[in-house]
Design a protein around this ligand. Structure first.
Ligand SMILES: [Zn+2]
Length: 459
């Protein structure tokens, strides 16, 4: 009797062991994902970002602004965290604060986190980002500081929620197309309808719309990430909105009520949605994007297999010859209030640090999503030449190039745009509070770094 009991127990234990091992092996061999969203519309009227000409704070909203988070986990347990924000940009300080907290809370390396902004021009001022663009009262400055704290807290919460929603998933991707982005350096805005009709629009564009889809065990869409290289500048109203990317996310979520839609801005620094300036057009481009995304979702998407990898590096991106102190002091008297404002900001920096920095710590990040997809995540307002060049230089990979991520410190012109000058090549530096244009090797430095990081991932 005794003997047989013990035998039964042994059989039971063996069965239990085999079952547990089988279950954990199944969990281990699966992809997992969690997604969440949270409103980040400022709780009270505050200054809006993106345009220097506004004379007062926001006056209501067209729709809410959102922070959204996607956690991806590969079968070997490696994770990536993508955060999308309906905001004009994010500065180094706020971004670092968010990432440090996320790293501590969720045991992540910096490379595993991407903070992506949509560049909506009907969102709030974020921290010190573009701060020399506005003349603000102390009260408005303190509202901006309060919002930065609110934002960091909201991102912490939305990422925690995405982690708590993690479940088995399948991940796939595909490439769509939308054509409303126009190279704004090469086409006069007023001429665009006529040029488009005649097929005479000029200048480089990137009309690709990469899509990453996450489906749950039942095959239902739970998250869709889409990218496009185009400014979110249809609107310059006094009401909060996510501009066309905001309308696109709303439309995608309407068409797929169980899914959260996330936008990742591409290299659209020299691209505008044209024509523009009406709410109807912002909605129309949102619809066009949602339809482009739907086409990809309905087609055969490429299933992600392999693992997740990530790498992140800050490089010393070099500025051109710095102005001397006498020139900056002269600039404080400029009749151009933005030049005068920047000069005062630069003098303050000289006083604090002794001198101006010759370089800027520019963030370059590369993610490996499965064996074939690579996401290049760049800081700043990156012109379209980078996306087109990088895709040509990685023909064997499905390359997704994002801008406006991790730190939006300035425009990032290619060598071509830098030498041409103009707003994206030079004068936009005034609004970002940087002392001068980038040096001529900026494109080579960034592209070389992308290659280094991508090669390191594949070793
Ligand atoms: Zn811009």
């Amino acid at each position: 009797m005794r003997h047989s009991n013990s035998c039964l127990l042994r059989v039971f234990l063996l069965f239990a062991f085999v079952t547990t091992a089988a279950t954990s092996a199944a969990a281990k061999s699966e992809w997992q994902a969690g997604v969440a969203k949270r409103v980040i519309t400022p709780p009270q009227p505050m200054w809006m970002s993106g345009y220097a000409g506004r004379k007062g704070p926001a006056e209501g909203k067209l729709h809410d602004l959102w922070a959204k988070a996607l956690v991806l986990q590969s079968p070997d347990g490696e994770r990536l965290v993508l955060v999308s924000l309906d905001l004009v940009g994010i500065g180094r300080d706020v971004s670092q604060g968010i990432c440090k907290k996320l790293q501590e809370t969720h045991s992540l390396r910096r490379s595993q986190i991407s903070i992506c902004t949509s560049h909506t021009h009907t969102g709030p001022v974020v921290g010190r980002n573009l701060i020399t663009m506005y003349s603000l009262t102390e009260q408005h400055k303190s509202l901006i500081d309060e919002y930065a704290v609110f934002l960091q807290d909201a991102v912490g919460k939305v990422v925690a929620e995405a982690f708590s929603n993690v479940q088995s998933a399948s991940v796939s991707y595909g490439l769509g197309k939308a054509t409303f982005a126009v190279n704004r350096r090469n086409n006069r805005e007023a001429d665009v309808p006529m040029l488009r009709e005649n097929g005479e629009l000029k200048g480089p564009v990137d009309h690709s719309a990469p899509v990453l889809a996450v489906r749950n065990e039942k095959g239902e869409l739970s998250a869709v990430v889409f990218g496009y290289a185009c400014h979110a500048t249809v609107l310059g109203l006094m009401e909060w909105s996510g501009d066309w990317p905001g309308f696109a996310q709303i439309e995608i979520e309407k068409r797929h009520p169980k899914a959260i839609a996330m936008f990742v801005a591409g290299c659209g620094a020299d691209q505008n949605p044209l024509p523009r300036r009406t709410v109807e057009l912002a909605q129309e481009y949102g619809q066009q994007m949602a339809t482009a995304v739907d086409k990809v979702l309905a087609a055969d998407m490429k299933k992600v297999s392999g693992g997740l990898t990530s790498t992140y590096k800050e490089i010393d991106l070099k500025l051109a010859t710095l102005p001397d102190k006498d020139t900056i002091e002269e600039d404080t008297m400029s009749s151009n209030t933005y030049i005068a404002g920047r000069a005062k900001h630069l003098l303050q920096m000289i006083e604090e640090k002794g001198s101006l920095d010759q370089t800027y710590p520019y963030p370059v990040q590369v993610w490996g999503i499965g064996n074939d997809a690579r996401m290049v995540v760049l800081g700043g307002e990156v012109v379209v030449d980078y996306a087109n060049r990088l895709r040509d230089e990685f023909p064997e990979k499905d390359l997704w190039v994002a801008g406006y991520s991790n730190d939006v410190m300035a425009y990032i012109p290619s060598k071509r745009v830098l030498l041409e000058g103009g707003y994206e090549g030079a004068t936009s530096m005034i609004y970002y509070g940087l002392p001068t244009a980038w040096s001529e090797n900026v494109e080579e430095h960034i592209v070389k770094t992308v290659h280094e990081l991508a090669d390191a991932l594949d070793k």
